[in-house]
Structures are given as C-alpha cells and as structure tokens.
Design a protein around this ligand. Structure first.
Ligand code: FES
Length: 110
C-alpha cells in the first residue's frame, strides 16, 4: 500500500498508509491528522488546504477550476497549495509528502 507523509503544524512528520483511491483528506482523518475538511470534499470550503512538497507537486493531476477558485480563498496560500480532498492516492503517489498550513479559514462558519 502506498504511504504518504504528513508534516504537522509543529513540524512532526508522520508517515501513514494511504489506500489507493482514498483522498488525502480521508487518509488524514483515518490517522487523526488535523485537517478539517468542513465540506466533506464537496469543494465548498478550503479547510482541507495542504501544501505539497515541491518535488511532488508536478506529479499531481492538475487542479480543476473549481479547486483553484476555492484555493484562492485559503489562508497562507503557496505555489504548491492544493485541496486535500481533491488528491486521490495512486501508486505513483507512494512517498508523497504534504505539509499542513499554519491556519485555515472555515467558510462554512463564515
Ligand atoms: S473538504 Fe471542503 S474543499 Fe476539501
């Protein structure tokens, strides 16, 4: 099974199993990694914002326009920011490293 590494806000690295077909958000939840995902993956928030390790960023499927629009609303946006609910684990992503941003904005709570 592929593994991905989360770098938590305090810098802790956690390598976890990432089942094929799961989203990064789902993997994070399964392992109690603190990504909110307020809209449950329906592209209506930006609380699943993650920062992709630069080496990996280009290997990901490009973000859809809707994802880009939501990302524009995220705090601490970086050049390699993505939404965790939109990244689906494939064999190619074995070893993926993502960092949690310092803060997210919960649009659902206004
Ligand atoms: S969980 Fe809301 S956009 Fe990803």
């Amino acid at each position: 099974m592929p593994k991905i590494t989360f770098i938590e806000r305090d810098g802790t690295r956690r390598e976890v199993d990432a089942p094929l077909g799961a989203s990064v958000l789902q993997v994070a939840r399964r392992h109690d990694i603190d990504i909110e995902g307020a809209c449950e993956g329906s592209l209506a928030c930006s609380t699943c914002h993650i920062i992709i390790d630069a080496e990996w960023y280009d290997l990901l499927k490009e973000a859809s326009e809707d994802e880009e629009d939501m990302l524009d609303l995220a705090f601490n946006l970086t050049k390699t920011s993505r939404l965790g609910c939109q990244i689906i684990i494939t064999e190619e992503l074995d070893g993926l490293t993502v960092r949690l941003p310092a803060a997210t904005r919960n649009l659902l709570l206004g």
